[in-house]
Write a protein that binds this ligand. Structure first.
Ligand code: ZN
Length: 259
């Protein structure tokens, strides 16, 4: 099964610190296994949701904020059998590279893609995408046998982003704010609806929720987007797995004890 699993769906400092939603990033499994934006708790959540960190082929970091890079080093250690074996890829935004120790960089192949550049992780082509007004970060577009999965990362709204998102089967947007709150460095529900309405993916998923979004109710915000655009839109939950082929979802709310 080609799938993505949310090791966290929280965003912003207060949700991160309270762990009201987890912050472990997104585990992609296309046969090739890729961890996207490992924030605090990625290692713990990977074990919690029955993932095997030693099987990772790559760790991807979109930008230099803590909720995106914090567990990159520990996940590199897990991927490389405690750095005993040079293995796998760290693909990382240029501004975040300095946060990764030389010791950990040496254990992997480091790629620092510019927006528009394509690199490969085993059989998966990945294209770095631009973001808007967010630390010169990057998004990622995964070209897989099951279809294209596009991840915006944190970004403000710009119509210039749309081109990179086109022809996505799944469009994954970091929507930190609900309709009632707006900031040019982040997407809110209205921005997401504009993007999703233009791109028309088969499935849109919103995630990376801040406090105001959680208080407003991500499911309600997703329903608003779906009604406005006609595109099936889901609010991600911690531990949710999406089958990239069938678009079916499954949830695992496993307790921490006993894994
Ligand atoms: Zn950020």
């Amino acid at each position: 099964m080609h799938s993505l699993t949310f090791l966290g769906t929280g965003g912003g400092r207060f949700v991160l610190l309270s762990q009201r939603r987890y912050s472990g990033g997104i585990w992609l499994d296309f046969g090739t296994k890729i961890l996207l934006d490992p924030g605090p708790g990625a290692l713990v959540r990977a074990h919690q949701f029955k993932k095997k960190p030693q099987e990772l082929d790559a760790v991807l970091v979109s930008h230099k904020h803590l909720d995106h890079y914090n567990d990159a080093e520990v996940m590199i250690e897990a991927m490389t059998y405690g750095t005993k074996k040079k293995k796998g890829i760290l693909a990382i935004n240029k501004n975040a590279l300095e946060y990764i120790s030389e010791y950990h960089q040496k254990a992997v192949t480091v790629i620092v893609p510019k927006p528009g550049e394509v690199f490969t992780v085993e059989n998966i082509k990945v294209k770095a995408l631009p973001t808007f007004k967010h630390e010169e970060g990057i998004g990622f577009r995964f070209i897989t046998e099951a279809g294209v999965l596009t991840y915006s990362s944190d970004t403000g709204y710009s119509e210039k982003l749309i081109y990179g998102y086109k022809d996505s089967k799944i469009l994954l947007l970091n929507v930190i704010f609900p309709r009632t709150k707006a900031l040019e460095s982040h997407l809110n529900t209205e921005d997401a609806a504009r993007i999703i309405g233009d791109v028309k993916p088969e499935l849109a998923i919103i995630q990376h929720f801040g406090t105001a979004m959680l208080n407003a109710g991500p499911e309600k915000e997703a329903a608003f987007i779906e009604e406005k655009t006609g595109v099936k839109t889901m609010a991600a939950r911690d531990g949710m797995t999406v089958d990239v082929e069938t678009l079916r979802t499954e949830e695992r709310q496993l307790r921490l004890s006993g894994f």
